[in-house]
Design a protein around this ligand. Structure first.
Ligand code: B12
Ligand code: SF4
Ligand code: SF4
Length: 290
């Protein structure tokens, strides 16, 4: 081996050793156990140095807290029964819920089993975890699971495309949890743009805490969960927001395929109450029953 290459390899090994020596394994175990005790179904750790291109600057943990070393990413599952409930039939079969109130009734059931309850619990877990880590001497910040005022977006008071300046759907949340979940070893990204976990497929919601604590990162999962042969989510998308035109994103030697996705269409036609209930997640064959 040439001399320069030997020095380079030795430096790489040394850096890796130092990085390993600098992680706090006990604290990592404690944080994960605490998150589970608070109600998280899955917890993973991504180190800040994984948020590299094509992941954009401005959205990395270290853009949120300078010197952030880790993101703790956690998940709560959707209830299978809530996702598969036949709301349309239920509304048709009853004469006791007046027609004008049916959308509202259906929506409140969906919110309970698949949305607001999970969001509130994720916010609570994130806040407690951030306090826990801060009390141990590590600045930490809980990133909410979503925007908190979708109604303003639905009703056009906030235009995510900025009047077309951002092509439909290119706007990013400050911290995209699905990608963070992939970087924290919790799952694979599907053509649907959703995070697929081995335990719950895409049927879950995600939030994260960024922290300066040097936690031990989990390995990114090697196994591809979204097979090339499957396009069920695209075929079943009722608004045609997901298109059978694929584009690729390469990260760290791994190539992932995504459906071209008209997010404005999904927002306007798929999500406005009562919406499609997230069909792309419901129909995905990855771990359908749990
Ligand atoms: C804005 C938003 C929307 C918008 C746009 C959707 C979107 N995918 O961007 C609208 C309103 C349309 C929407 C719809 C829905 N949403 Co939404 N939404 C968000 C929000 C707030 C931000 C997402 C964002 O920043 N997108 C921009 C970028 C990240 O996405 P993108 O350009 O499509 O990039 C994808 C690929 O190109 C690739 N990629 C691009 N660059 C890079 C770089 C690297 C390094 C890698 C590895 C990959 C990669 O990864 C991305 C895949 O996720 C997140 C919450 C959050 N903070 O993360 C929830 C979130 C994505 N939504 C969620 C859900 C469940 C839904 C719905 C099912 C509706 C519902 N019932 O709630 C649908 C599903 C639509 C779909 N198939 O994605 C969940 C997804 C959970 C999961 N299992 O993955 C999230 C994470 C909310 C949560 N906290 O759990 N949503
Ligand atoms: S949420 Fe509904 S409309 Fe939006 S992409 Fe998924 S299936 Fe299509
Ligand atoms: S439905 Fe099929 S193509 Fe879509 S995300 Fe799931 S496994 Fe991938």
């Amino acid at each position: 081996m040439p001399h320069e290459v030997r020095i380079y390899v030795a430096e790489r090994i040394a850096k890796k050793d130092v990085a390993l020596m600098n992680v706090d394994r006990n604290l990592t175990e404690e944080v994960k156990a605490y998150a589970e005790q608070l109600g998280a179904d899955l917890v993973g750790i991504a180190s800040s140095d994984r948020f590299t291109p094509p992941y954009p600057e401005g959205h990395r943990p270290q853009d949120i807290i300078p010197n952030a070393k880790s993101a703790v990413v956690f998940i709560i599952r959707n209830l299978c029964a809530g996702l598969t409930c036949n709301w349309e039939k239920m509304m048709k079969d009853t004469r006791m819920i007046p027609k004008p109130a049916q959308k509202m009734a259906r929506n409140s059931l969906y919110q309970a089993s698949g949305y607001v309850t999970l969001i509130q619990e994720l916010m609570h877990i994130g806040h407690r975890l951030a306090i826990y880590l801060t009390d141990k001497g590590y600045d930490s910040f809980n990133i909410p699971p979503s925007y908190d005022d979708w109604k303003a977006i639905w009703h056009g008071q906030v235009d995510l495309t900025c009047g077309g300046i951002y092509p439909a759907g290119e706007a990013w949340h400050p911290f995209p949890h699905a990608i963070a979940g992939f970087l924290a070893g919790l799952g694979d990204l599907g053509k649907s743009h959703l995070l697929l976990t081995p335990q719950f497929g895409p049927r879950h919601r995600i939030a994260s805490v960024v922290t300066v604590a040097p936690l031990e990162p989990d390995p990114v999962i090697e196994k591809r969960l979204c097979p090339d042969s499957c396009i069920i989510c695209i075929e079943k998308c009722p608004t045609n927001a997901l298109r059978n035109e694929l584009y690729e994103v390469s990260y760290n030697g791994r190539t992932m395929k995504f459906a071209r996705y008209d997010k404005s269409r999904c927002l306007k036609l798929g999500m406005e109450n009562p919406g499609c209930g997230g069909q792309c997640g419901i129909v995905c064959p990855v771990k359908k029953k749990y």
